[in-house]
Design a protein around this ligand. Structure first.
Ligand SMILES: O=C(O)CC1=CCC(=O)O1
Length: 96
């Protein structure tokens, strides 16, 4: 199942820079591992913001919930999820 996930990062201004850098580094490693597994298909920065738009390819809602809630930045993000399905006018032969 494909989902569009939009994440907006809102770190508290009071968070020490070292702690923020550590969480971001852990987040990066986690995100890159999921990309290598093919579960996090796309990761795009929304220009001019501290938000991303991502496409996840997971088994079901429960797997999406597990992956997203384990993001190191999860406590510091606003997240919106949209389920996706094929558009009847798409010329792609698969869902890539
Ligand atoms: O910077 C972001 O948009 C949050 C984030 C998601 C994966 C990652 O490495 O950073």
């Amino acid at each position: 199942m494909l989902f569009q996930v939009e994440m907006t990062v809102k770190l508290p201004p009071s968070m020490p820079a070292e702690q923020a850098a550590e969480i971001k580094a852990t987040e990066k490693a986690y995100a890159q591992d999921l990309q290598r597994q093919g579960k996090w298909r796309h990761l795009w920065r929304v220009a001019g913001s501290y938000s991303n738009v991502s496409i996840f390819d997971v088994e079901d809602n429960a797997e999406l919930q597990e992956l997203v809630s384990n993001l190191p930045l999860f406590p510091y993000m606003e997240i919106s999820v949209k389920p996706l399905c094929r558009h009847p006018s798409s010329i792609r032969e698969d869902d890539s």
